[in-house]
Design a protein around this ligand. Structure first.
Ligand SMILES: Nc1ncnc2c1ncn2[C@@H]1O[C@H](COP(=O)(O)OP(=O)(O)OP(=O)(O)O)[C@@H](O)[C@H]1O
Ligand SMILES: CC(=O)N[C@H]1[C@@H]2OC[C@@H](O2)[C@@H](O)[C@@H]1O[C@H](C)C(=O)O
Length: 397
């Protein structure tokens, strides 16, 4: 047997696989690196998060990514160069983390690399007759595999689209396997650049599980913190707390067909960006309001669209446990607005059920890689969509 396939076969048969999950999301804050010990597959999956770190991107890296990120028109050269450049960088970050944790690359079985989404374009966004759902993640897997010396799975989203999905949210599967609990309806709410949630029914009935993006999480807050205050984000909502909500702007922000699309719907900063807010300001005649009022209104916009999505599916008379993750979980105003609007939600941290919120998405990609190598194929519960495995395999040699 070919030695690469032999290695993969052996990894597949191991009782416990050590997998590094990598996530660099829409916030461009850095690379999340989660070293996981994974056993079993499907509902039998068990994960121990052995180590976790977020390696922050220096401003120079963010600036290079922003040249192409979520932009309709880009330099093809820039895109082409970023693909291996970021892969080299991610591999270097992985090796730094392993060194810090006292673990040798040979002790790791797999890397699961999400890559960097540079453009996400479901049909509901592009609306171009005859073109499919589409999404593009860069950060080449072969480069990571060669540099780190570890078999790497990457580019997970294409298979989901090929099989009939929008390429996101993929969180559904890992959330279901890791966090479902018999007897407790659970909501896993991730507030990254974009917010999404997974509903996990108390019955564990796979056909009742669903996931959706809700709209912006931090992406607009980050964009305007940069414009107005030259800060990367509104730390602890210090800016938003000083402003008051403009009801006119808030109504204009909420007035978009995306919020009426059925679940699952997906989106990104291709839609929710500076121009989106500026247009809403024009329509609502609110261009003159203070920067603090804009920040307050944008925070309400995220909180309202998250709670609108939850309220549209939850039974108002029931109590639900909501486990929050992602950077937005650290935003006290966002959390308190969600609580105010839905007092019966019990807001808890994902850490309480085993995985720190900041690490969750990276861990979920480790689970997808585990399924690709040792599982049976993932059923996303979408009618007509076959069970699929995701991730392209790159060998170090
Ligand atoms: N203390 C804090 N106060 C307010 N906001 C915070 C705080 N800490 C983190 N954040 C927000 O969290 C963001 C990072 O979130 P996260 O790492 O979950 O995003 P991501 O993974 O890139 O997003 P996505 O899930 O959409 O891909 C920061 O850009 C910032 O807006
Ligand atoms: C195209 C893309 O990168 N989407 C991300 C993004 O970040 C949050 C939200 O938008 C979610 O749909 C998705 O990531 C998570 C990990 C997912 O696929 O579940």
């Amino acid at each position: 047997m070919n030695k690469n396939l032999r290695k993969l076969f052996d990894i597949s048969n191991k009782p416990v696989r050590r997998i590094i999950g990598l996530m660099s999301g829409t916030s461009l804050d850095g690379l999340d690196v989660a070293l996981c010990a994974v056993s079993g597959s499907g509902m039998e999956t068990k994960v121990t998060l052995e180590h976790f770190d977020t390696v922050s991107y220096p401003v120079t890296v963010k600036d290079e990514i922003r040249k192409v990120f979520a932009k309709e028109m880009v330099s093809f050269e820039q895109l082409c160069l970023l693909n291996p450049w970021l892969a080299n960088l991610h591999a270097a970050y992985i090796l730094e983390c392993l060194h810090k944790w006292g673990i040798k690359p040979q002790e790791v079985d797999l890397i699961a690399s999400h890559g960097q989404t540079v453009y996400h374009s479901p049909k509901i966004l592009h609306q171009r007759e005859g073109f499919p759902n589409a999404t593009l993640q860069i950060v080449d897997g072969d480069h990571i595999a060669v540099d780190a010396g570890i078999i790497t799975l990457s580019d997970f989203r294409q298979k989901h689209i090929a099989a009939g999905g929008e390429g996101a949210p993929l969180a559904l599967y890992g959330d279901y396997c890791l966090f479902s609990k018999h007897g407790e309806d659970r909501i896993m709410l991730n507030m990254g650049g974009i917010s999404n949630f997974t509903f996990l029914p108390a019955t564990l009935d796979a056909s009742a599980v669903y996931v959706t993006d809700t709209g912006p999480g931090n992406t607009l807050l980050d964009a305007f913190a940069r414009v107005y205050f030259n800060e990367e984000y509104d730390k602890d909502a210090l800016f938003a707390k000083q402003g008051k909500v403009s009801e006119a702007l808030l109504a204009a922000l909420k007035d978009h067909p995306f919020f009426k699309e059925p679940f699952p719907r997906t989106t990104g900063p291709e839609l929710f960006n500076k121009t989106y807010v500026e247009k809403a300001q024009e329509r609502s005649n609110t261009k003159g309001i203070s920067s603090y009022d804009v920040m307050a209104t944008l925070t309400h916009f995220s909180a309202d669209t998250i709670t609108d999505a939850l309220l549209s599916v939850l039974d108002k008379d029931k109590d639900y446990a909501v486990y929050v993750s992602g950077g937005g979980a650290h935003n006290p105003l966002l959390i308190s607005l969600i609580k105010q609007r839905m007092p019966r939600l019990q807001i808890r941290s994902t850490g309480e059920i085993g995985i720190a919120g900041d690490a969750k998405e990276a861990v979920l990609f480790a689970i997808l890689a585990n399924e690709a190598i040792a599982g049976e194929g993932i059923d996303f519960g979408k009618p007509g969509m076959p069970a699929i495995t995701m991730g392209k395999i790159s060998f170090p040699a």
